[in-house]
Design a protein around this ligand. Structure first.
Ligand SMILES: *[C@@H]1O[C@H](CO)[C@@H](O)[C@H](O)[C@H]1NC(C)=O
Ligand SMILES: *[C@@H]1O[C@H](CO)[C@@H](O)[C@H](O)[C@H]1NC(C)=O
Ligand SMILES: *[C@@H]1O[C@H](CO)[C@@H](O)[C@H](O)[C@H]1NC(C)=O
Length: 750
């Protein structure tokens, strides 16, 4: 690890202290507890139990080392008498609080080291005044949350170290203002989610450390915001799969580390949008094979050690690709026995064989059977998986399951189990029990699994979770209960998993939101209730869901959302209510949701939009879905309150004959008006003008009058030229349309 810079008082310091009268005055001004090297303008006051910054430090001091004191709080303007400071070391000072403006006056500071303190939050203006700062060390604190704007004053910062904190989530624009930052370290936190725009506004970022977190899927959308990344470290996260759908697109990425995760499979196009990728590190995952990777044509090094690679005929395309693409791969075969421990890059495709092929040697089929890899009689032949229980120094593992030591992953899916097995290895992080049969999950059903992060119980016929069922799952973050028979959940059932962040309850039998259960889940972040039978949202349903950010209720029967039903969830960012029975936009229920970014209302029988329908969320909303909602009418001020924050608006597949112009939506990046029977006469002139200025593909097509049928609204100038007012205003561009044209031009250049 690159240690934070510091200095040790050398012999020169002692010399200075022993010297005669020439130094006398200066030495006098040195605080008793400190050592001053006035020639170099260094002052060190280490490990002195100081509770405040000494007041007599010489004004010209450039480097001040205060590490190992007892400062506890840094008050406002604590260093205002030291305007020449360039290096300030405050490590190990037990700092719990940095007041607003604490560092004001330190306009020349280059390095601020606050590592190994006890900060759990940073006030918005704590770092004001540090306009020259190049490096900020915050490693080893207790930060749980970053507020957007915290780093806004640090326009010169190049390195920010936030490793070893307690961050669970990165909000949008968390690093706004860090225009010169090249290296961001976020490793060893508890990050499970990055907002899609968490890394926006970092044009200079080249290296990002996200290893040792709790990411279960590749946060492709968020990462792709950091377009300039060359090096990305994502190892030691419980990722099980990466594919093109994760959306990773990094044109300059050279090195990607995905080592020591829980990868079981990789999509062939997972890195298709990383054309310059040179080194891919997949060591210590659970890959038994790998498809030829499409896209990263500059890939030269593929690290596969510690994966249970199976060198049967299925691996031929991999070998052929490695040779063709000149990719150097390490890693060795786990089997079949004939090739065990052979280095992958020493094999030729013809060495790889499968049973039934001419060259298949007698006796190998017995070996396969002996290894327990034969599929059940009559079942399809799955690619053989290596026998997990041959792990060296095998940890205990229940008979019906496979336990992988490297990934701390236990799988017992589809084994016809009727009770949860016992005896998983200590430290197991992921337990897959899908497709078994547990109609009632009893009390303390998962003993000894205090390290479990992810529990998969889909398709298990679960109708009940008894009180205390999850007892002892202190760290559980993901609970998958989709495709079961649950109609309720009690708080008592969920006690024991206080850190649960993600609860998946799709396709069960809920008729209402399990409000009481949410009370036991103070950290619940994402609640998935899609495709149940919920018919209303009542006041109190989300009263306990104060941390909830994403709520998925698509495909239920909701006809009514009571005012006040959603408001307690003040952090809510995504609300999916599509495919329900709503006959109007639940405007009053949207009050109290100041952070809402995405509202899904598609596929409800809305028919009309009233004035001010989205007013309560106008300031925050970015994405609005109103497609397939039977819309015939949109009131002139239906979208009032929505402004430049709105990025996408989906109105396709409705019955709209007309639509007001929406000049306030000046920052739209997507608007879909296709599949509407627009009537192109002069009343549509404002829309025509607005769309023309927008410079986006909008899909708006005239359905009538017959002379215009099939023409794009933007292109139907013959119709609009004939309208009163056309010539007078034709050439006039609104500021909004100019801004939008500029944006499109910028996009095209990229
Ligand atoms: C600081 O306090 C500790 C504990 O009270 C003590 O052992 C140590 O000697 C003190 N150090 C100094 C330099 O006073
Ligand atoms: C609405 O449009 C979005 C984006 O095109 C699409 O994903 C979604 O399925 C549509 N919803 C309905 C109900 O048609
Ligand atoms: C557009 O925004 C302005 C300023 O906020 C507001 O006065 C006006 O009513 C808005 N127009 C519409 C159609 O919402």
């Amino acid at each position: 690890m690159e240690g934070p810079q510091s200095f040790t008082p050398g012999p020169l310091v002692l010399l200075v202290l022993l010297l005669g009268p020439a130094w006398h005055t200066a030495a006098q001004r040195c605080p008793q507890t400190c050592i001053c090297d006035n020639s170099r303008r260094h002052v060190a006051c280490r490990h002195q139990n100081l509770t405040e910054v000494p007041s007599t430090i010489p004004e010209p001091t450039q480097r001040l080392d205060l590490q190992g004191n007892l400062l506890k709080a840094i008050p406002p303007a604590a260093f205002q008498d030291l305007p020449h400071l360039t290096h300030l070391d405050l490590r190990h000072c037990g700092v719990e609080l940095v007041a607003e403006g604490a560092f004001r006056g330190l306009g020349r500071l280059l390095l601020l080291n606050l590592a190994s303190n006890r900060l759990s939050a940073l006030p918005q203006e704590a770092l004001d005044g540090l306009g020259s700062l190049r490096r900020l060390e915050l490693e080893g604190n207790r930060l749980e949350e970053l507020r957007p704007g915290t780093f806004g004053a640090l326009g010169a910062l190049a390195t920010l170290n936030l490793a070893h904190n307690a961050l669970v989530y990165l909000p949008a624009m968390a690093f706004q203002g860090l225009l010169r930052m090249r290296w961001l370290r976020l490793s060893h936190n508890a990050l499970s989610v990055l907002a899609p725009e968490a890394l926006a506004g970092l044009p200079a970022l080249r290296r990002l450390g996200l290893h040792h977190n709790e990411l279960q899927a590749l946060p492709g959308a968020a990462l792709s915001q950091a377009r300039g990344l060359a090096r990305l470290e994502l190892g030691h996260n419980p990722l099980t799969y990466a594919g093109e759908e994760d959306g990773l697109a990094l044109p300059g990425l050279r090195e990607l580390r995905l080592d020591r995760g829980a990868l079981q499979a990789l999509g062939p196009r997972a890195f298709a949008h990383c054309p310059r990728l040179h080194t891919l590190d997949l060591r210590g995952n659970q890959l038994d094979t790998l498809p030829p990777l499409q896209g990263p044509g500059q890939l030269r090094r593929l690290r596969l050690q510690g994966n249970p690679l199976w060198c049967g005929c299925q691996a031929r395309p991999l070998l052929e690709w490695l040779a063709r693409a000149r990719v150097r791969a390490d890693g060795a075969c786990r089997g079949p026995r004939r090739l065990r421990a052979e280095a992958l890059d020493a094999l030729r495709p013809s060495d790889l064989r499968c049973p039934g092929e001419a060259a298949w040697e007698a006796g190998e089929e017995d070996e396969e059977a002996a290894a327990g890899e034969e599929p059940a009689a009559g079942g399809p032949r799955a690619p053989p998986r290596p026998p997990m229980r041959e792990e060296p120094a095998a940890a205990p593992c229940p008979a019906a399951c496979a336990c992988a030591a490297e990934s701390r992953h236990a799988g017992c899916a589809g084994r016809g189990l009727r009770a949860v097995p016992r005896g998983f290895p200590d430290g197991t992080q992921l337990l897959d029990l899908r497709r078994n049969h547990f109609p009632s999950v009893p009390r303390a059903a998962f003993p000894g699994l205090s390290h479990l992060l992810s529990l998969h119980l889909q398709h298990c016929g679960v109708a009940e979770l008894q009180a205390g069922a999850l007892a002892g799952l202190d760290r559980l973050l993901y609970l998958y209960l989709s495709d079961n028979q649950l109609s309720g959940l009690s708080a008592a059932a969920l006690e024991g998993a206080p850190r649960l962040g993600y609860l998946y309850l799709e396709r069960n039998r809920f008729q209402q939101v399990p409000a009481a259960a949410l009370g036991a889940l103070p950290s619940l972040f994402s609640l998935h209730l899609r495709d149940n039978a919920v018919d209303r949202l009542a006041p109190g349903d989300l009263a306990a869901a104060r941390a909830l950010r994403w709520l998925y209720l698509s495909g239920n029967r909701i006809a009514h959302v009571a005012p006040g039903a959603l408001g307690p969830a003040r952090e809510l960012e995504k609300l999916h209510l599509d495919g329900n029975q709503l006959r109007e936009v639940p405007t009053r229920a949207l009050e109290g949701l100041p952070a809402l970014l995405e509202l899904q209302l598609a596929g409800n029988p809305l028919r009309a939009l009233q004035d001010g329908a989205f007013e309560p969320v106008g300031r925050s909303l970015q994405h609005l879905y109103l497609n397939s909602s039977g819309l015939e009418q949109i009131a002139p001020r239906a979208f009032s309150g929505l402004g430049p924050g709105l990025q996408s608006l989906y109105l396709q597949k409705n019955q709209l004959r007309a639509l007001p112009a929406l000049p306030n939506l000046s920052q739209l990046e997507l608007i879909d008006l296709s599949g509407n029977p627009l009537h192109c006469d002069c009343q549509l002139l404002p829309l025509h003008r607005w769309l023309t200025g927008l410079n986006l593909r909008v899909g708006a097509t005239c359905a009538s009058p017959p002379s215009a049928r099939g023409q794009r609204v933007k292109a139907a100038t013959t119709i609009f030229e004939a309208c009163p007012g056309w010539t007078a205003r034709k050439a006039k561009q609104t500021p909004a349309s100019r801004a939008s044209a500029r944006r499109s031009a910028i996009k095209r250049r990229h």
